[in-house]
Ligand binder design. Structure first.
Ligand SMILES: [Zn+2]
Length: 320
């Protein structure tokens, strides 16, 4: 099979679990990881090295990292989120080498989220980058939250984000992620900003992390794709919430993303039926979970125009 034309990064085990209060047992998370990998996903965020007092769901971050790295799934990039230097140190001690630092480009959201000004966050990021002296294989990704809008400040100007990108670039970072944390962005804004980024920083690998808060997740992903963004985050079942929009839809559903790209002839390397199997497994683990995914709801189109609710009965496999 040819190399995927677009990489789908599955963030279920971090973003998807972040707002689930009930702590999911580590062995269930590991089984979910195994099933997601079996579907062909080759990039996954597996946990968050935050203070477990703040988010008890990630109290097992080190165990998760160790268990996943022990499995050594071939060709799978595993990364973890880190909010600060301490998180980075624990992640490194647990064997992780791909770390996603997160900060908001909106000053007030950053203060609310990580209790720091953006300048203080960049100081913290420098200390994390300095760890590369001891860990030459450490890859730090700069994750920018609230790129298209902030619950406190509203729309964020593209120039604000571009200034952060320039600062990250000067720190030597070549992996960056832009997140529409609260679902403010529209396809035109996404296309414009990502287009500028790709042109201005051709040696940076950009990824996009979109929340489907107001139903524009897929459209925004497509807009980013058209600008040249080739790594798209998604969470199975459209899980992941937004603390600023209670009850809101979460990340763009990975199932819907895979379906859209494959239907367009853009190869993802993901077997949709197997991915849906992983989602159904999670439904067994957490029975009251509320999915938000069109494909999980109605299935893929089958010959004769019939629609089935049960993906396992599909005769038509999207990857064949
Ligand atoms: Zn998110």
């Amino acid at each position: 099979m040819s190399e995927p034309s677009v990489t789908i990064r599955e963030v279920m085990l971090r973003d998807g679990l972040q707002n689930i209060r009930e702590v999911i047992p580590t062995e269930d998370k590991i089984e979910l990881f195994r099933r997601i990998v079996a579907s062909g996903i080759r990039d996954m965020e597996i946990t968050s090295f935050v203070n477990p007092k703040a988010i008890p769901q990630f109290g097992d971050a080190s165990q998760m990292a160790q268990a996943v790295l022990k499995m050594k799934p071939e060709g799978v990039e595993v990364s973890a989120l880190i909010p600060n230097l301490k998180g980075a140190q624990i992640a490194l001690a647990s064997g992780m080498r791909k770390l996603g630092f997160v900060m908001s480009v909106s000053e007030s959201h950053n203060i609310s989220n990580v209790r720091r000004t953006t300048d203080e966050s960049i100081e913290e990021l420098k200390k994390i980058v300095d760890l590369q002296a001891d860990y030459p294989d450490l890859v730090v990704k700069a994750g920018m939250a609230t790129v298209f809008g902030c619950p406190f400040e509203g729309k964020i100007k593209p120039q604000v984000t571009l200034n952060f990108i320039r600062r990250f670039y000067q720190l030597g970072l070549r992996h960056m992620s832009m997140a529409d944390t609260v679902g403010f962005g529209n396809p035109q804004e996404v296309k414009e900003l990502t287009g500028i980024c790709v042109k201005e920083f051709p040696d940076v690998t950009f990824s996009i992390h979109l929340h489907n808060t107001r139903g524009l997740g897929l459209a925004n992903s497509l807009a980013a794709y058209e600008s040249g963004i080739r790594i798209h985050d998604g969470a199975i079942g459209g899980l992941g919430g937004c603390p600023f929009a209670p009850g809101a839809k979460g990340n763009t559903s990975t199932e819907d993303l895979v379906f859209m790209f494959e239907e367009m002839g853009v190869h993802t390397g993901v077997n949709l039926a197997a991915l849906m199997e992983a989602s159904r497994y999670f439904k067994k683990v957490k029975k009251d979970v509320a999915f938000s995914s069109s494909i999980l709801e109605v299935g893929v189109p089958v010959p004769k125009g019939a629609i089935t609710k049960d993906g396992s009965e599909q005769k038509w496999n999207i990857n064949t």
